[in-house]
Design a protein around this ligand. Structure first.
Ligand code: CA
Ligand code: CA
Length: 293
């Protein structure tokens, strides 16, 4: 650690909340009676109010000092590390559950459509018609690794870290594969939400560009010193695209659903994504420091 005021860092670490796993807790939803009548995109009702996220005192930190302070603070308080199966179960049953116009469901990440269903597996969520307008009807959902799983050889804790997992319909998940994120002007595949595939890579819908950026920023801060570059062109996937991720973080700030999810993930795995609590932290670290990791 370079140049950090140790007293200030100790104060930061002491402030971090302790957490208890909540694998079994699930949201209360209305009955499934309304499911039969659902088809196509559904209006998404407002999510319940939650307390403001725990604030950590990062005042006075910037650049490399801030990067390293966050890196130290992001070590989870939950042990042992959840398995990938546990993480997927929690994601589908709890972290992503929401009200889809009076019935339970999940918002498909890249497609931004509410997929009706309830349960702890992606198999419990089936596209009703071609909801996302990509020309296929998907029979289930997957857990998307925003930082491709293979880049970490499927190892824990990276593979089960819910801050970088997202529920996606089968086809957009496969189209993204392990491609770099990019702006795609002339797509060969797209969803109505604006997620697009082209020779440049995969462009997420505007509604989740910031979510993607904050997941990637978190991932690098948390795991830069781990084996996360297996089979990756790291310069092309990350280093050269730092300015794009910082721009996406600014253009699509966290909304209520993303902040709520941050708290639910914390209760599962024992750490928060600090860029969701305070997206300005990313620019305070700055592009040159991010590129150097
Ligand atoms: Ca579809
Ligand atoms: Ca967003």
């Amino acid at each position: 650690m370079v140049g950090i005021n140790k007293a200030a860092l100790a104060a930061v670490l002491a402030f971090l909340p302790l957490s208890v796993p909540a694998y079994a807790a699930g949201p209360a939803f209305p009955s499934l009676e309304a499911l039969a009548s659902l088809s196509g995109p559904v209006h998404i009702s407002a999510l319940p109010e939650l307390p403001l996220p725990a604030r950590t005192p990062w005042d006075g930190f910037s650049g490399e000092d801030l990067f390293q302070a966050l890196h130290s603070a992001l070590v989870p308080t939950v042990s042992p590390v959840p398995s990938y199966a546990q993480a997927k179960t929690y994601m589908f049953s709890t972290a992503e559950g929401r009200d889809c116009g009076g019935a339970p469901g999940i918002l498909a990440f890249y497609s931004q459509v509410c997929v009706a269903g309830s349960g702890s597996s992606g198999n419990d969520y089936r596209e009703r018609g071609d909801q996302n307008g990509d020309g296929t009807v998907d029979k289930f959902m997957n857990a998307e690794h925003i930082w491709p799983r293979g880049f970490s050889k499927g190892a824990l804790p990276m593979a089960s870290d819910l801050h970088q997992l997202a529920p996606t319909l089968f086809t957009p998940n496969g189209r993204r594969a392990n491609l770099r994120f990019a702006v795609v002007p002339d797509p060969v595949y797209s969803t109505d939400s604006g997620s697009r595939l082209g020779s440049e890579g995969f462009e997420p819908a505007d509604a989740v560009k910031g979510n993607v950026a904050r997941a990637v920023l978190y991932f690098v801060v948390r795991y830069y010193d781990r084996d996360i570059r297996n089979g990756a062109d790291y310069r092309d996937f990350w280093t050269a695209r730092v300015p794009m991720f910082l721009e996406w973080n600014r253009a699509d700030p966290p909304d209520e659903a993303e902040r709520r999810r941050n708290g639910l993930v914390e209760s599962f795995q024992g750490n928060r994504n600090p860029f969701v609590d305070d997206p300005s932290l990313a620019d305070r670290i700055g592009p040159s420091v991010f590129r150097a990791h």
